[in-house]
Design a protein around this ligand. Structure first.
Ligand SMILES: O=C(O)CCC(=O)C(=O)O
Length: 333
């Protein structure tokens, strides 16, 4: 299910990640046959802009994943649940890979959760986490909402520990201050590593709220109590994944049990939006070089058409080539 191309010799990523419907086109520097000596020129950039090729497609139906159905649910209710997203083996691998990082970070405010442990930049902390973040089913589904070459915005494990209180109701792309109602700028995934129950803090969502306008707009409750009454706890089993629009109102619930509730969240954003986590700085390039093309793209080593994300007028994947030096250094007089 997950790309295994990790050849360090590969100089530019194949833009074949299954992240857009077949009708979409993904721009490719590679297809533009741009050589490094020309990449500094406006002419080269214009040549790149004109060069497009078909997006890769993923036959998700052959693995029993109905992308259309999940897309329809998300458009209507703002969320969907992928049952059995992780099997028991993957859950075990997840726990084992996370174990060395447990106890390294505790929430510093009510939103992170004073009784919640979050392990950030999860995507780069083990192969299993990269595999999950680049899962083709997610890529296909998210590609229905976000533009080609969308980015990973946040990636962390969440251990909601006993005594944690409910979060404020929020939407995950609310920090992009664009008037609602609007299409989502982000898509969030919350995966259950433990069973989610009402008592252990299952994520609570307000179905349909992704379509609401701003506070005070018609059709949106202003009263917090009224909104809280609309919350539905996502009591999903371990291995299931909740996928929802960044505009959907939700919160982490309160954990009134004596055991932690372990989960992960991967959030994705439009390729023109600023990701929450600055992965360029957080993940060493030597490590990115060893990641799959899809992961590299999600971390920003790809360009959003026409050339957002370029590095001194070159493709950002060039920075992964052995011996690459920033032009501001290499060309310093
Ligand atoms: O842990 C959860 O169930 C939800 C977490 C959440 O919504 C967040 O941290 O933004």
């Amino acid at each position: 299910m997950v790309s295994s191309d990790r050849s360090p010799e590969r100089s530019r990523p194949e833009i074949s990640a299954p992240r857009a419907p077949a009708t979409r086109r993904i721009w490719s520097v590679e297809a533009a046959n741009v050589d490094s000596s020309r990449t500094g020129s406006t002419e080269a950039l214009l040549a790149m802009i004109q060069c497009w090729r078909e997006a890769g497609t993923m036959d998700t139906a052959s693995v029993g994943f109905d992308t259309e159905l999940h897309e329809a649910r998300m458009r209507e209710a703002g969320y969907t649940v992928i049952d059995g997203f992780l099997d028991s083996g993957a859950l075990e691998t997840f726990r084992e890979a996370l174990a060395p990082y447990r106890g390294t970070h505790r929430g510093r405010n009510d939103f992170e959760g004073f009784n919640t442990e979050r392990i950030y930049t999860l995507v780069a902390r083990g192969r299993i986490f990269e595999t999950i973040a680049t899962d083709p089913r997610l890529m296909a589904l998210i590609g229905r909402f976000l533009q080609p070459n969308f980015l990973l915005s946040a990636s962390h494990a969440i251990s909601l520990n006993p005594g944690e209180t409910a979060q404020d109701i929020h939407s995950d792309d609310g920090f992009y201050r664009q008037r609602r109602p609007r299409p989502p700028i982000g898509i969030s995934v919350i995966g259950a590593i433990d069973d989610f129950t009402r008592a252990n803090g299952a994520t609570e969502i307000v179905p349909g709220s992704h379509l609401w306008g701003e506070p005070g707009d018609p059709g949106r409750p202003n009263d917090l109590a009224e909104m809280e009454a609309m919350l539905v706890p996502m009591e999903i089993p371990a291995g299931a994944a909740l996928v929802f629009c960044g505009t959907l109102l939700h919160r982490g619930g309160a954990n009134v049990t004596d055991r932690p509730r372990l989960a992960f969240t991967n959030q994705y954003c439009e390729p023109w939006a600023r990701p929450q986590e600055n992965f360029w700085l957080a993940v060493p390039r030597e490590q990115v070089r060893e990641m799959s093309p899809c992961a590299q793209s999600l971390l920003g080593y790809e360009i959003a058409p026409p050339f957002l994300g370029m590095v001194s007028a070159s493709h950002p994947a060039k920075t992964l080539e052995p011996g690459w030096m920033p032009p501001v250094v290499a060309q310093r007089p």
